[in-house]
Design a protein around this ligand. Structure first.
Ligand code: 1GP
Length: 251
């Protein structure tokens, strides 16, 4: 099976290059604000757009992706909060399995129900072990998933969960403190996980500045995801992208 987006992610990881993904919630942008954001992202050489949200209540997913596609070839990766958030206009799908939780619906149940639909979409499907880490406050993702997050100071639990996910065949590990988390994931936990897996490691949730993005990359993150902070101040894209892309390449 051809997996061009995944091959890019893997290639960058193997060459030690760090990437920046801007998270866009279709409910939180207008045509004008998205245009402005896209211009900033193109100039800053953002690596990916993640599109989705825990709750996408409007019908704007397709339009949002088409607007991105009309202006740039930066890959659009779906980050769905529910099986209904699928659009064949995207380039790839994070096929999330909530491996930090013990809710069978989010490990396999919803996948079974949506499998024919996902397959028919023709999207590049990237199996992703999704791990929710306690970010200091209940977030939409922890409430919706009805699953306890991994405690923020239990790096060993995160490490073992990621290792198990990789051995079960997950091609990516995504550790998320949840959108707008009070506390982003610690560098200690990122390092513990990064040292023990070979698949690309995505880190998001509560990252608000370039310095934390840089430190996370140095700790072992391969892709940094920022949503909330950019919704509040899109000009942050430039400095965060510059910080991530300035991390010395260690392959
Ligand atoms: C949330 O990882 C993402 O699922 C991004 O979090 O919105 O806090 O940047 P923020």
């Amino acid at each position: 099976m051809q997996m061009p987006v995944y091959q890019t992610l893997l290639g960058k990881k193997r060459s030690g290059k760090k990437s920046f993904a801007v998270l866009i919630d279709p409910d939180k942008v207008t045509t004008t604000s998205l245009d402005d954001l896209l211009q900033l992202a193109i100039t800053a050489k953002v690596d990916y757009f993640f599109v989705g949200g825990s709750l996408v209540v409007s019908n704007q997913l397709d339009e949002c992706i088409l607007q991105i596609k009309s202006q740039t070839s930066i890959p659009v990766i779906l980050f769905p909060g529910s099986p209904s958030q699928i659009s064949h206009h995207a380039d790839a799908l994070l096929y999330l399995s909530l491996i930090s939780g013990r809710n069978p619906e989010l490990l396999i149940g919803q996948h079974v129900i949506s499998a024919p639909f996902v397959k028919k979409s023709g999207l590049e499907v990237m199996p992703t072990g999704y791990m929710v880490i306690d970010g200091g406050a209940p977030t939409t993702v922890s409430y919706i998933s009805n699953a306890a997050p991994i405690p923020a100071d239990k790096a060993d639990i995160a490490m073992c969960t990621a290792m198990a996910g990789e051995m079960l065949g997950q091609r990516l590990i995504y550790m998320d403190a949840g959108s707008g988390a009070k506390k982003a994931i610690s560098e200690e936990m990122i390092t513990a996980v990064a040292r023990n897996i070979e698949v690309p490691l995505i880190i998001g949730g509560g990252i608000r500045d370039a310095e934390k993005a840089y430190r996370n990359c140095k700790a072992g993150a391969d892709v940094i995801v920022v949503g909330n902070a950019i919704e509040k101040d899109a000009s942050l894209i430039k400095e965060i992208a510059a910080a991530i892309h300035s991390v010395p390449v260690v392959s």
